[in-house]
Ligand binder design. Structure first.
Ligand code: DHB
Length: 509
C-alpha cells in the first residue's frame, strides 16, 4: 500500500494537463547513440524521444513515444513497434534493450518505436485546479488515468502519430509490425485486429489523436491474454480434468462445473473451421488442441529435444523403433538374438539413443495437462473475473475494467450473477473494445494481413483455447498466421528471435 502511495505521489509530481495545439515532430531533434548487442556488435541509431502522440495529454508520464532510427534506415524501412505493457499496467516509453527483440530489430536495420501507455495503475492526485474543473472530484483525490480501454487508445494514437509524420520521419508507417507479450500480446493483438474500427474513433478524437488510419501491417503476439469475457469458461473447460481441480471446496468446484459447461456454446458460436474445413465443435475440439501440442512437440523433437513419454506422448514403434535401442544398450525385442536388417551396422554400446520411435502419434491430454499444472499451480476459480463478494479477491482484470475512481468491477455475466449485479452498458462496451476476437468479422475493420502468435505449451496464464481460437479465427478470415503452442515454454515472450526475424524478413520481402 505504501509503495502504491509513493508511486501515486511520484506520478502526481509529473502530471500536468498538457494541451498542445498540434502534434509535433522535428526531424533535426534526434540524438545520436548506439547499442552493443550480445555478439559484441554495435548498432548506431538516432533517437527521437518524448514525442507526445495526442494533443490533449491526460497523463504526461506515459502518453508519448520514443523512436530509434538505426544508421542506414530509409523511408522504406519497416517499423518495429514494441509495447512493454505487462499485467495491464502502465508502461513508460522505454529504451531499446540488447536482450530482447528491440535490440535485435535495430541490428536487423528496422526502425524501433516504443510507446508509453497508461494502464490500470496509472494515477495522479487531483490538485485544487483539477477538482475545480472536474465536478465531483475532491482536492487530494486519486484519479486513475488508464482503465480500459485507455491503453489500446494510446497505442492507436501512437500509430496515427507515426502515419501523421511518415514523410518527415525515416521508416515506413505502412509497414508497422507490432510486438508484445501477455497483456502486451493482447495490445499487439488489438492493434492488429481493430485497425480503423469506428468504435474507437470518437474516443481517439477526444484525446487529440491524429486524424489518420491506425491499421498495421503485422502483429506479433506472445501469450496474448485476450477474450477476457470468455477466458474463465475456457480455463475451466480445459483444466477441470486435472487433478488440481479435484481438490477444490464444493463451492469452487461448482463454479468450475458451471463455467466449463458454458464453453461449448461459446466455441460453437464462433463457427471456427480447421484447415480442412471441418467445423470445430465441443466434440472434436480437444483433439484439435491435442494435434497442436503434438505438432509443437514433434518440431522440438526434430530439432533434437527429448520428448519424454511420461508426459503422455505415444510414439510410433515401427520404422523409428526398428532403428532404436534402449539407453542401457539392449536391443528392441524384435531384434534380440535376431539378424540386423541388411546393411545396418550394430549400434556402439553406450551411445545414447531414444527408447521410442521418431514420430509422436498420440497424446494422453489428461496426463499432459497434469504435467502443465505440475510446472505452475493453476489460477483460482474463476481465473479472470474472480471478484466474488466475501469469497474471492479481485484480479488485475477486475481493476482493468474499473473506472477513474480506482474501483474493481466484474466483466462477465457469470461472476456478476454470483454478486447479484448486472453489467452496465458502459462496462460492456469497455470489455468489447478490449477484445480483438470481436473485430475480426467486422467489415469496418482493417485487419493486419500477417500474424505471428505464440503461446507456451506449458503456459497456464490463460488456457490453450484462447490463443487457439484467435489464431484459427484469423486463419479462417484468410490472414497469414504463423501459430505455435511453443514447446515447453512457460508464460514468456520475445523468444526464438532467429525464427521471429526470419519471419519478419519473409513478410517484408
Ligand atoms: C499478465 C498475466 C496474466 O496472468 C494476466 O491475467 C494478465 C496479464 C501479464 O503477464 O501481462
Amino acid at each position: 500500500m505504501k509503495k502504491l502511495f509513493a508511486f501515486i505521489v511520484c506520478v502526481s509530481l509529473f502530471i500536468g494537463a498538457l494541451a498542445q495545439s498540434a502534434l509535433q515532430f522535428d526531424s533535426n531533434a534526434g540524438m545520436k547513440s548506439s547499442i552493443v548487442l550480445y555478439d559484441g556488435s554495435s548498432v548506431g541509431y538516432t533517437a527521437y524521444e518524448r514525442l507526445f502522440y495526442v494533443t490533449n495529454v491526460e497523463d504526461s508520464v506515459y502518453q508519448f513515444l520514443n523512436v530509434f532510427v538505426p544508421d542506414g534506415a530509409t523511408q522504406n524501412t519497416p517499423i518495429f513497434l514494441r509495447t512493454y505493457v505487462g499485467g495491464y499496467m502502465a508502461s513508460p516509453a522505454a529504451q531499446p534493450q540488447a536482450g530482447d527483440a528491440t535490440g535485435r530489430a535495430l541490428k536487423e536495420g528496422y526502425v524501433v518505436v516504443i510507446p508509453g501507455t497508461r494502464g490500470r495503475n496509472s494515477a495522479f492526485v487531483a490538485d485544487k485546479a483539477y477538482s475545480k474543473a472536474h465536478k465531483g472530484v475532491k482536492e487530494g483525490q486519486t484519479i486513475y488515468t488508464g482503465r480500459a480501454p485507455k491503453a489500446i487508445l494510446d497505442l492507436k494514437a501512437a500509430i496515427r502519430y507515426l502515419r501523421h509524420f511518415d514523410k518527415d520521419m525515416l521508416g515506413n508507417a505502412e509497414c508497422i509490425i507490432t510486438d508484445g507479450t501477455s497483456a502486451g500480446g493482447a495490445m499487439s493483438a488489438l492493434m492488429g485486429a481493430t485497425g480503423n474500427n469506428p468504435e474507437y474513433a470518437e474516443l481517439l478524437k477526444n484525446m487529440g489523436a491524429a486524424d489518420e488510419r491506425d491499421d498495421v501491417f503485422a502483429s506479433i503476439c506472445y501469450c496474448p491474454i485476450i477474450d477476457l469475457e470468455h477466458a474463465d469458461m475456457a480455463y475451466e473447460w480445459l483444466f477441470q480434468q486435472t487433478d488440481s481441480r479435484q481438490n477444490l471446496d464444493d463451492l469452487h468446484k461448482s463454479y468450475t462445473e458451471e463455467l466449463a459447461a458454458l464453453f461449448p456454446a461459446y466455441l460453437e458460436s464462433l463457427r471456427l473451421k480447421k484447415s480442412d474445413g471441418t467445423l470445430l465443435t465441443a466434440d472434436n475440439y480437444l483433439d484439435y488442441i491435442k494435434s497442436e501440442i503434438i505438432r509443437s512437440a514433434q518440431i522440438a523433437k526434430n530439432a533434437g529435444a527429448d520428448i519424454p513419454d511420461s508426459l503422455g506422448f505415444s510414439f510410433n514403434n515401427s520404422a523409428g523403433g526398428m532403428f532404436a535401442a534402449p539407453i542401457n544398450g539392449g536391443m528392441p525385442p524384435q531384434m534380440q538374438g535376431g539378424q540386423l536388417p541388411q546393411g545396418m551396422r550394430p549400434m556402439r554400446s553406450g551411445l545414447r539413443v531414444r527408447q521410442v520411435g521418431e514420430y509422436i502419434i498420440d497424446l494422453d491430454m489428461k496426463q499432459y495437462l497434469n504435467y502443465v499444472v505440475s510446472t505452475q499451480p493453476l489460477k483460482g476459480v474463476p481465473a479472470f473475473d474472480s471478484q466474488i463478494e466475501i469469497i474471492n479477491r479481485a484480479s488485475g482484470e477486475n481493476d482493468l475494467f474499473g473506472d477513474w475512481t480506482g474501483n474493481s468491477v466484474n466483466f462477465t455475466d457469470f461472476t456478476a450473477r454470483k454478486n447479484n449485479v448486472t453489467l452496465s452498458d458502459a462496462n460492456r462496451q469497455n470489455v468489447r473494445l478490449m477484445n480483438p476476437m470481436i473485430f475480426i468479422d467486422d467489415s469496418n475493420t482493417t485487419i493486419a494481413p500477417h500474424w505471428y502468435i505464440r503461446h507456451g505449451a506449458r503456459d497456464r496464464d490463460t488456457a490453450f483455447p484462447v490463443p487457439v481460437n484467435f489464431a484459427t479465427k484469423l486463419q479462417n478470415a484468410g490472414k497469414e498466421v504463423n501459430f505455435l503452442l511453443a514447446w515447453n515454454r512457460p508464460h514468456s515472450g520475445d523468444y526464438a528471435l532467429d525464427e521471429l526475424f526470419d519471419w519478419i524478413a519473409f513478410i517484408c520481402k
